[in-house]
Design a protein around this ligand. Structure first.
Ligand code: FEO
Length: 127
């Protein structure tokens, strides 16, 4: 199981709460895979992860868009790429084109941690 820890804090209550929820959804996915839950359950969690990530990105972008934070465009691109990737994983799984494996959970975890630590933390002093 993956855990949000204080080192991931972006010094903003809304952002930290969203990031914790994304970790929770990732753990829910891992738990469902481990316990061999039905395809419907796994699809639902993947879709929720995709939707929640998109909602979080929108909230976060509102926080930094009207500031002098210089890396806005690249940040928006990373959000868009991740949202598309997770939604496409959901669609591919739903259509039976891929199987879910631990690699997918690891991809989501690595992306989240790298994005929070490298990209999100860049705007902290601007918001
Ligand atoms: Fe917290 Fe840029 O995502």
């Amino acid at each position: 199981m993956y855990e949000w820890t204080e080192e991931y804090s972006c010094k903003n209550e809304i952002v930290d709460k969203d990031h914790k929820k994304l970790f929770d959804l990732l753990n829910e996915l891992l738990d469902a895979m481990k316990n061999r839950k039905s395809k419907d359950v796994l699809e639902k969690i993947l879709l929720e992860l995709s939707h929640y990530a998109a909602e979080h990105f929108t909230r976060e972008e509102k926080l930094f868009m009207n500031t002098d934070y210089p890396n806005k465009e690249e940040h928006l691109k990373q959000h868009k790429d991740f949202t598309n990737k997770v939604y496409n994983l959901y669609l591919d799984y739903k259509m039976g084109r891929i199987a879910l494996s631990i690699d997918i959970a690891i991809f989501v975890k690595d992306w989240l941690v790298n994005h929070i630590m490298k990209t999100d933390k860049e705007y902290v002093d601007y918001i």
